[in-house]
Design a protein around this ligand. Structure first.
Ligand code: PRP
Length: 184
């Protein structure tokens, strides 16, 4: 059990296990894309660490993708209650006929990725695949399934490797689970 900034948590996925799994994911994506032009879309902010690891490994497969980011924002009475989303920051490049890969840190209710995929499908790409570092299937409110999943995790509060608690702990190189225990 570690304590940082008064918060206690345990490691759920180690740095080594992450590195191994990210390599496997890139290999899978490289094979599936089969030489097509890849356009990667990262969803800010949580995806930035996973995406940077993923992206640097494409070079191993002699793949050189284009990259852009989006920010999806919930509006109304909050994401979990209203479920309404809008594109706060959009990409600035044409993706028509491209092999698009949307990357996010976590697939939770499924609302963000379902929204993003539907939004970009209208731009007529050759195909759209989705890749998430973590999947919490218990939390899903729709039928959304990602094409590439790093790890399936239980419905616990996870931090690190891009994921935050109150905008903290994104920098941790491993995934931790926040403990319910009080700090003493
Ligand atoms: C988190 C995460 C995903 C989204 C997944 O983003 O990064 O984008 O929630 O949840 P869903 O499947 O229920 O839609 P968050 O809104 O916390 O913003 P952040 O990435 O800036 O931390």
């Amino acid at each position: 059990m570690k304590t940082i900034k008064g918060m206690k948590f345990e490691t759920l996925i180690s740095e080594n296990d992450i590195a191994t799994r990210v390599k496997e994911l890139v290999k899978e994506i490289a094979e599936d894309s089969d030489g097509k032009e890849i356009f990667v879309i990262g969803i800010l902010k949580g995806s930035f660490i996973f995406l940077s690891d993923l992206l640097r490994l494409f070079n191993v497969h002699n793949i050189h993708p284009s990259l852009d980011f989006i920010t999806v924002e919930s509006y109304g009475s909050g994401k979990t209650s209203s479920g309404k989303l809008k594109m706060l920051r959009d990409i600035t490049t044409d993706i028509e006929n491209k092999w698009v890969l949307i990357v996010d840190d976590i697939l939770d209710t499924g609302r963000t990725l379902a929204f993003a995929k539907e939004y970009f499908l209208k731009k007529k790409p050759a195909s759209i695949k989705t890749c998430v570092f973590l999947d919490k299937p218990e939390r899903r409110v729709n039928e959304f399934k990602a094409d590439y999943v790093g790890f399936e995790v239980p419905d616990k509060f996870v931090v690190g490797y891009g994921m935050d608690y109150d905008n903290l702990f994104r920098e941790l190189p491993y995934v931790g689970v926040l403990s319910d225990e009080e700090d003493t």
